[in-house]
Design a protein around this ligand. Structure first.
Ligand code: PLP
Length: 452
């Protein structure tokens, strides 16, 4: 840090402030964790100076011998950890990993000769007219992914994301009564839509998914099954989701981030069957430029950590904690979507407290707890204000917390939410109505919770 401070003191200061923030507030953000010091040090070094376009032992740059070793070690660890036929560890993020997977599936299934038949002679020299043809070609393909508002991710065909430009995007939701995936309804929808890709995975769904069933649905309509396990990769790695619930056993292509339950550096990776390997390895130049060797080194460290027995125990404790937290919330009369959880997160409906998710998130943060607001299925408050809180246990489990602490957290949440009231709008057309953003939090409760 001293070296950083010599050049950019404010950055050194902000790093220290962030450390203070993460130590002084309880981290319940479902997509965050604490990576190990080994992973952080493998990332913060001179490896960042190297270009290595291509893939191991097949590079467009000279002098990549050491990066070849780093990357192939990370690939081997990923294959071992997940029992995958092939792994690609270059994506800089989960969004990149999904783009690589989309392009790989398109490349494998929408054959290049079609380009020639469309009059595109040299794919490396596409002019504007060619690009239009290509776009048209891609536009004919369909993607069926989980609805963003039901817990899916932006990159799964959300209308403002590039995935919805690349494909004709369709989405499936959850049963409005139970909040659960309805496999029969999905099978009917898939038969109607006939997508090129059936995409499963979520950012905010609290239940295990039967991937064997999804593969049947995909096979019945000739679709590729792609699973984005960004959120629950650590639970797959740690043997919580096995058999029908392990996506790597059933999907053609699986993507993930490396920084959520997997507890590694910020990044992504793609796993696939041999059929897609050659296409996935073309992530550069299809989607990305030079990989980040320092991050691949950190992924290698984190994947090695996840291959150890200790990580299995950690993964099981994440779920045990999430279940304890859900039960403790229910015991205090709080409303938990689907009535509980099978994974690392739960969704609390804050409408019974007369609050929006935005108000609840801010009030809770004032008391030293960091979590985020989230839409609930068919949320009448929209994606900005929302009606829910997404609560995750990966980070607090890393800190060594267990069921007793989960009860205490439930106590704190209940105490804060039941002592927070929406402010009344004083002016304009909505005067007299409760605000969706502003709130009043009892000062004594704030002091009490912070003291705990
Ligand atoms: N996929 C899912 C299911 C996610 O939840 C996320 C991030 O929250 C991503 C992809 C994107 O990951 P990143 O933020 O690394 O691009």
């Amino acid at each position: 840090l001293e070296e950083v401070a010599k050049v950019a003191p404010s950055i050194a200061r902000d790093i220290v402030y962030e450390l203070r923030d993460q130590r002084n507030n309880l981290k319940l953000i479902a997509s965050e964790n604490y990576s190990s010091l080994s992973a952080q040090l493998a990332m913060g070094n001179l490896l960042t100076d190297k270009y290595a376009e291509g893939y191991p032992f097949h590079r467009f740059y000279a002098g990549c011998d050491n990066i070849d070793q780093v990357e192939s070690y990370a690939v081997a660890q990923a294959c071992r950890l997940f029992g995958a036929e092939h792994a690609y560890v270059q994506p800089h993020s989960g969004a990149d990993a999904n783009l690589v997977a989309f392009w790989a599936i398109l490349s494998a299934k929408v054959k290049t000769p079609t380009l020639e038949s469309w009059g595109v002679k040299d794919p490396n020299q596409l002019n504007n007219e060619d690009w239009n043809k290509l776009r048209h070609l891609l536009g004919n393909q369909r993607l069926l992914g989980m609805d963003y508002y039901a817990g899916g991710h932006l990159t799964h065909g959300y209308r403002h994301n590039v995935s919805a430009q690349m494909f004709e995007a369709f989405s499936y939701g959850v049963d409005p009564e139970t909040g659960l995936l309805d496999y029969e309804a999905l099978a009917r929808q898939a038969a109607e839509v006939k997508p090129l890709i059936l995409l499963a995975g979520y950012s905010a769904y609290p239940r295990a998914i039967n991937f064997r069933r999804l593969r049947q649905i995909a096979d019945d309509v000739g679709a590729v099954l792609m699973v984005d396990m960004a959120h629950f990769a650590g639970l797959v790695a740690g043997g919580v989701f096995t058999g029908d619930y392990n996506p790597v056993r059933h999907a053609h292509v699986v993507t993930t981030t490396t920084h959520k339950t997997l507890r590694g550096p910020r990044g992504g990776l793609v796993l696939c069957t041999k059929e897609f390997a050659e296409h996935v390895d073309k992530g550069c130049p299809l989607v990305i430029g030079g990989p980040l060797p320092h991050v691949m080194a950190a992924k290698a460290v984190a994947l090695t950590e996840a291959n150890a027995d200790e990580f299995k125990a950690y993964a099981h404790r994440i779920v045990e904690n999430a279940r304890s937290l859900a039960e403790a919330c229910l015991a205090r009369g709080m409303k938990v979507a689907t009535g509980g959880t099978d994974n690392h997160l739960l969704l609390i409906d804050v409408r019974p407290f007369g609050l929006t998710g935005r108000q609840a998130e801010s009030a809770v943060r004032e008391c030293g707890i960091t979590l985020n607001r989230n839409s609930l299925p068919n949320d009448s408050n929209g994606p900005w204000y929302t009606s829910g809180l997404r609560v995750g246990t990966p980070a607090v489990t890393t800190l060594g917390m267990g069921p007793d602490e989960m009860k205490e957290i439930a106590d704190c949440l209940y105490q804060i939410l039941s002592h927070t009231k929406p402010e009344t709008i004083s002016e304009g057309a909505q005067a007299g109505q409760p605000s969706k953003a502003r709130y009043q939090l009892d000062d004594q409760v704030k002091a009490e919770v912070r003291a705990r």
